[in-house]
Design a protein around this ligand. Structure first.
Ligand SMILES: C[S@@+](CC[C@H](N)C(=O)[O-])C[C@H]1O[C@@H](n2cnc3c(N)ncnc32)[C@H](O)[C@@H]1O
Ligand SMILES: [Zn+2]
Length: 284
């Protein structure tokens, strides 16, 4: 049976059409409806996510194959130290039960890691395949009732002003103004992006000359930076399927020539650094 999200989360959602508060249909638990005059209704999917994209905005984002590759790779635990580091930062700064929005949550690997620390979470992603996989992961991880997943854009989150204690934004578009709108005063934003040596071994396997990553162009400009934590560790990716799944999660997948991509075919073991930066900002 689908696990219903806690009412505390529902209270933070706003109707993407009229901006009114949302209520659960208590009789069925199968949909949300808004308190506006038109009672806009949004059905939960079988897996438990809800589509809160305003009408007329076509949702796209990661496709089914990309979401599946990310889910399969992350499920093996290769990035667990990064998920732990992010959850540690939130645990150091916020009490249990604080409300965390994962903006651009993908298939919810980090969202569930955060929910497992006792936070209430809402994951928003523009891809319905991602929201679907994230809802399934939360249920399997036993955090289905303190998580809610919605299809929506990070540039127009279906959540009330000042509703969140924290926003996490991991390898997804950073919408500083929108994150500030949904954050409480003194709320925090954790932006995760590739550190200089992220996936160095993968780049060495593909390119003749591997180059270090530059920082991210769309970092927050108006919020105050509290700290920047570097999470660097080495992994061995076993098996060609996992190596190709990792490759497909990266921007190199789209940029690499067929002849360079071909270098990965038949590769059964890849040693690489994982290098992530977690920049933590505060809304003042
Ligand atoms: C590289 S993936 C990262 C997913 C996840 N945060 C992780 O690290 O596993 C980027 C995600 O951002 C989503 N995305 C892209 N544009 C978006 C937007 N405007 N609003 C919400 N999500 C978006 C994609 O669908 C995809 O799931
Ligand atoms: Zn409405």
């Amino acid at each position: 049976m689908r696990i219903l999200p806690d009412n505390e989360i529902i209270k933070k959602l706003k109707c993407p059409i009229c901006g009114s508060a949302m209520l659960m249909d208590e009789n069925t638990g199968a949909s949300l409806f808004c308190g506006g005059g038109r009672k806009h209704c949004y059905d939960f999917s079988a897996s438990g996510y809800v589509n809160l994209m305003p009408p007329g905005h076509s949702a796209s984002g990661d496709g089914k194959a990309a979401v599946r590759a990310r889910r399969d790779f992350l499920s093996k635990g290769y990035y667990k130290p990064a998920a732990d580091a992010l959850a540690d930062i939130l645990s150091e700064r916020l009490p249990r039960g604080a409300f965390v929005i994962d903006a651009g949550c993908g298939e919810g690997y980090y969202t569930s890691a955060v929910a497992e620390r006792g936070f209430i979470t809402a994951g928003v992603d523009i891809s319905k395949f991602a929201a679907d996989a994230a809802a399934k992961r939360a249920a399997v991880s036993g955090v289905g009732n303190n998580s809610l997943f919605a299809v929506g854009s990070v540039f127009g989150l279906p959540l009330f002003d000042g509703s969140a204690d924290a926003v996490t934004n991991i390898f997804a578009p950073c919408a500083e103004d929108e994150f500030c709108r949904v954050l409480k005063d003194c709320g925090i934003l954790a932006v995760v992006y590739a550190g200089p040596e992220h996936l160095w071994g993968l780049k060495e396997a593909i390119y003749d000359t591997a180059k270090e990553n530059d920082g991210r162009a769309d970092m927050p400009k108006n919020m105050r930076l509290l700290e920047e934590r570097r999470v660097r560790f080495d992994i061995t990716v076993e098996g060609n399927a996992d190596i190709l799944a990792l490759f497909s999660m990266t921007p190199y997948y789209w940029r690499t020539s067929p002849s360079d991509s071909e270098k990965l075919s038949g590769l059964e073991r890849l040693d690489t650094a994982v290098d992530m930066m977690i920049a933590v900002y505060v809304k003042e």
